[in-house]
Design a protein around this ligand. Sequence first.
Ligand SMILES: *[C@@H]1O[C@H](CO)[C@@H](O)[C@H](O)[C@H]1NC(C)=O
Ligand SMILES: *[C@@H]1O[C@H](CO)[C@@H](O)[C@H](O)[C@H]1NC(C)=O
Ligand SMILES: *[C@@H]1O[C@H](CO)[C@@H](O)[C@H](O)[C@H]1NC(C)=O
Ligand SMILES: *[C@@H]1O[C@H](CO)[C@@H](O)[C@H](O)[C@H]1NC(C)=O
Ligand SMILES: *[C@@H]1O[C@H](CO)[C@@H](O)[C@H](O)[C@H]1NC(C)=O
Ligand SMILES: *[C@@H]1O[C@H](CO)[C@@H](O)[C@H](O)[C@H]1NC(C)=O
Ligand SMILES: *[C@@H]1O[C@H](CO)[C@@H](O)[C@H](O)[C@H]1NC(C)=O
Ligand SMILES: *[C@@H]1O[C@H](CO)[C@@H](O)[C@H](O)[C@H]1NC(C)=O
Length: 457
Amino acid sequence: MRSSLGGVGLLGLIVQSVAAVDITWSDPSSIKSGTSEVAYGLVKFYTGNNTGDVPGNLPDPYYWWEAGAFFTTLIEYWAYTGDTTYNAITKQAMIHQAGDDLDFMPTNQTRSEGNDDQGFWALASMTAAEMNFTNPSSSEPQWLALTQAVFNEYVSRWDNTTCNGGLRWQIFTFNNGYNYKNSVSNGCFFDIAARLARYTGNETYAEWAEKVFNWQMGVGFITDDWDVMDGAGNGDDSNCTEINGALFTYNAGLYLHGAAYMYNYTDGSELWRSRLAGLVNSTTRNFFKDNIMYELSCETAGLCNVDQQSFKGHLSRWMAMAAKMAPFTYDTIVPLLTSSATAAAQQCSGTSSDFKGTQGTACGFSWLQGSTWDSKTGIGEQMNALSIMITPLIDEAPTPYTSDTGGSSTGNTEGGSSDSSKIQQERAITTADRAGAGILTAFILAGLAGGVFSVTI
Ligand SMILES: *[C@@H]1O[C@H](CO)[C@@H](O)[C@H](O)[C@H]1NC(C)=O
Ligand SMILES: *[C@@H]1O[C@H](CO)[C@@H](O)[C@H](O)[C@H]1NC(C)=O
Ligand SMILES: *[C@@H]1O[C@H](CO)[C@@H](O)[C@H](O)[C@H]1NC(C)=O
Ligand SMILES: *[C@@H]1O[C@H](CO)[C@@H](O)[C@H](O)[C@H]1NC(C)=O
Ligand SMILES: *[C@@H]1O[C@H](CO)[C@@H](O)[C@H](O)[C@H]1NC(C)=O
Ligand SMILES: *[C@@H]1O[C@H](CO)[C@@H](O)[C@H](O)[C@H]1NC(C)=O
Ligand SMILES: *[C@@H]1O[C@H](CO)[C@@H](O)[C@H](O)[C@H]1NC(C)=O
Ligand SMILES: *[C@@H]1O[C@H](CO)[C@@H](O)[C@H](O)[C@H]1NC(C)=O
């Protein structure tokens, strides 16, 4: 297993930042050319389009959910820059991973899949629909229908036997973490519901978005200060009172993004305006140091795991789109993204045998480190940098389309299937299978065992 945490950067220590990614931020063509270098380095990590490999999978140590995030990033990269280089591999991968039931539960992943793993692929298909990404042929899965299938399955999994409602982290009882209810699983549900409401105009989605958000607040995962805590419900904590208070950029980002869509969908309602303002406030308070985005719970201690090393990229893209959906947040959000983009570009100066892009352009993880490459390289680091560095193009990026404004994806409100039928069809798990949920399990359990996170009761 290649670790992003130690050792990999030895070469970098003796190489100065000669190449680097040098961008003139006032010039969109310079941003496009610089980010194309970062995208090239990112896609060099991908092996799924090689003969004999599985389209949509990333190599070890990257888990299946991160692949969903990877393709979301490539779709947004295309939408912001117009560079179509990676569209074909993206479309191939997303179709391949749709699974027999057209719901992002492919047989190879089902058994270990959590609601958040499935959600990160549904976020990719929702982005494809909103960006009017190339539609698959009519005999293939459709972006909107895939997202609706995941939404329908989330509805069927809403569980009020503990904690007064909410989605569990895990789908199946036999997986570690089944009792845990968490902000990321419910955040995927909330964000998808909010975006489906806006895309389709169907009020049922908005009602679910409202319900999930109210539950998050009621159970205390979103605090009075608008912090989004990680989750609760482990062991016999059936009221979700023992909350894991760790704060991560991706949790905050999901609610901030979904709230911006609800604000827009409700034509600027006071309710969603105040919720969004609160989330923007907490996000800027918690995850920026000297106006540069960072991963509060693990970055400065150097303890972020492989998953956590990709979270800032999601927050970057979600904040940018929130500024579009809710223009009143633009003046707060965009300057912070721009200063973070500048800092991130300075980290794209690494040289390492683990990096197959242009040497001297591997992006480090910590944007707080100035122009001295922090000697880390990997998909998370590269994806974060690409995500933040396209955000200064926000004014040229398309506003996410809806079915009324140019979105052309075909839907199916009846999509999805029952979880019990899936597990009966299951073949034996092989060592080649990737445990979608496994690594997320690892970080939560490590956190609860007294690792880096503070635990609030
Ligand atoms: C995989 O995709 C990349 C990026 O588009 C491309 O450069 C490469 O040639 C592709 N590999 C194969 C085997 O098709
Ligand atoms: C499932 O995994 C096996 C073993 O890695 C692989 O050969 C196969 O192509 C995968 N199937 C799909 C549909 O991805
Ligand atoms: C729990 O959910 C079920 C099914 O949706 C519903 O019938 C029941 O009234 C709910 N119970 C509570 C306490 O909300
Ligand atoms: C942000 O939150 C803090 C603490 O909750 C509060 O004191 C402050 O007024 C808020 N700022 C804005 C602009 O809402
Ligand atoms: C959960 O909350 C209910 C109502 O407040 C209380 O009666 C019950 O004892 C609590 N259960 C646990 C396990 O704390
Ligand atoms: C909704 O988003 C559109 C597109 O960016 C924007 O023009 C409009 O002002 C937004 N609505 C509100 C109420 O801010
Ligand atoms: C979306 O894609 C469809 C199909 O390619 C196309 O007809 C339509 O013009 C596109 N919409 C926009 C807004 O570009
Ligand atoms: C709205 O969405 C719900 C939930 O998927 C579905 O049952 C209903 O048929 C949809 N309504 C319309 C008019 O499409």
